[in-house]
Structures are given as C-alpha cells and as structure tokens.
Ligand binder design. Sequence first.
Ligand code: ADP
Ligand code: MG
Length: 303
Amino acid sequence: MLNVKNLIFSYNKTPVLKDLTFKVVQGENLAIIGESGSGKSTLLKLLYGEYDLNFGNIHWKDIEILGPKHNLVVGPDFMKYVAQEFELMPFISVEENIGKFLSNFFPKEKKQRTAELLEVVELTAFAKTKVKTLSGGQKQRVALARALAKQPEIILLDEPFSHIDNFKKQSLRRSVFKYLKNKNITCIVATHDNNDVLGFANKMMLLNNNQIEAYDTPEALYQNPKTSLVASFFGEFNIINDKIIYANQLKLVKNSNLKATVITSYFRGNSYLIEADLNGNSVFFENDLHIKKDELVYLKASD
Ligand code: ADP
Ligand code: MG
C-alpha cells in the first residue's frame, strides 16, 4: 500500500500541492489527471523522492519515502519512474538500453527478459537498432521497457504514451497495462488523455486548485460527476437545469420543452456530435445522422 498523508509542497512561495491525502492499494492502477500545470508531474516526482516535502509524509508499506535531504541517491530501488522527458543512451541499441539494468551474470535470463520486454512495448523488430535513429514514440517505448526491466513493485509513469502515434497507442496501452496487472505492479500514471485511464485505471484522482478535487473509480466519477471539470474529462457535456448531462445522454425526441436550433454537425466516426442553440447557449448531443444547419430539434435527457 502507498500511503500519502497531508502532503504539502511548493517549489517557491506559491503552493503547488496543498494537503493531499490518499492511498493506493498494491497492484492497483491509479490515474492522476488534471489540466496542464495542476501538479501531476510534481506529485510523481514527490512520490519518487525527488524533492523534500514541506509537510506530510509518504510511505510504501512501512518504508518512508524521503527526499534528497535524507538520501544520496534519488528513488528507492523498488520504484521506477518514467519522466515526461525521458533520457536514453542514444549510441547503443534498443536491446542494450533495456539490458543496461539487468545483470550480466545471468546471460540466458537477461536475453529472455529483454525479449519479453521488447514484446510488451512492441519493439521486437527494433532490438538491434541504435536509439538515436528512433522516432520520439519509439524512444518513449524504450524508456517504458527500461523502467520495467528490473520489475519494480511500483512504477510512476508521466504521460507515458504522449509521443506515440494513434495507430499504435491503443494496442500499446493494453499491452503495458496488462503486463503491469499480471505482475501485480502498482502503477501511478499522470495523464490528461482519458484513453490512458478508461478501461485501465482502478482509481482516478483529479487535481485542481492545488488539491484533490475528486478521487474515486472512473465508473463512479462518470456516473456522478460532482463538478464540470470531472465531467469534461469524459467528453462533451451540457449543464441543463443545474444538472450535468453528457452529449450521449441527450436524445432527439418528437416534442419536449428543450427546443434547439442546429448550428453544426461534427463527424465522429460512429456518430455525429451536434451543436445546437438552446435559448442562446450551445448544447451538444450525439446523433447517428448529420442534421442540417438551422433545423429545429427537440431534445430530452435520458435517465
Ligand atoms: P503538470 O504536470 O500537471 O502539468 P507540473 O507538476 O509540471 O504540472 O507543474 C505544477 C506547477 O509547478 C506549475 O505551476 C509549474 O509551473 C510549477 N513548476 C513545475 N516545476 C517547477 C520547478 N522546477 N520550479 C518551479 N516551479 C515549477
Ligand atoms: Mg506534467
């Protein structure tokens, strides 16, 4: 269990994180979400012991994670951290980068382990390629594999798929998160991409105004978004009569007291997102078909 209690931190005078208290069960996947600058990367760095806290404490099981004032080497050995700006050794191959942290005393095991990790990050074909010739996304995958090499108890990932193209992203996410679950590795991932979260995270933490604005399962937060920032993470939404209603919960009906005029239809693949004017405000709803501009529609929120 990771146990964070009353954590307060600031780089200078203004606090970046104010009084954070939360727990992460071993083997769970926690997603830390929030707008840019909300403190996601800072929190990961604090969990890794990169800075000293102003107040509070962090424990993994019964070990306290302490900052540089107390440690010569940053980062406890049961933990791995993949930073937003990852550093690799450019002049050696992908497989050498991954193997760098594995013991040479067990060459057969080292080879097997490297092959397994190459598969997890889908880079088997690039094993012998020098890292400097790889794309940004490929380098990010090498950094991931390297962090996994020594099988940490807990891994901290900062926007781990941000450089990876959309064609590869989804299968890579599945592969990496499945691997972590199978090995019971606790994973804390900072992201602003809901695809990194939905289907993978056991819990979600939303940082806003230097605090935890929400902390629960993704399902619970989706079903009962207490603030519009929570709702915005899941997609387009409306506030109608003080209630948050997602675009996919608003349906076309023959008649209702919500009468709107269509402004634009945005193609979304399996449906259209329709923007319409409702009493001078934009409302968004999903529809199977395109709707012409200026058409009058009646809308109803489904339960
Ligand atoms: P996020 O990862 O959510 O985008 P960060 O943790 O990077 O947010 O940043 C949180 C806040 O801390 C921002 O206001 C940022 O400008 C500030 N900050 C980040 N790193 C430093 C630093 N090394 N020194 C001073 N301020 C910093
Ligand atoms: Mg960041």
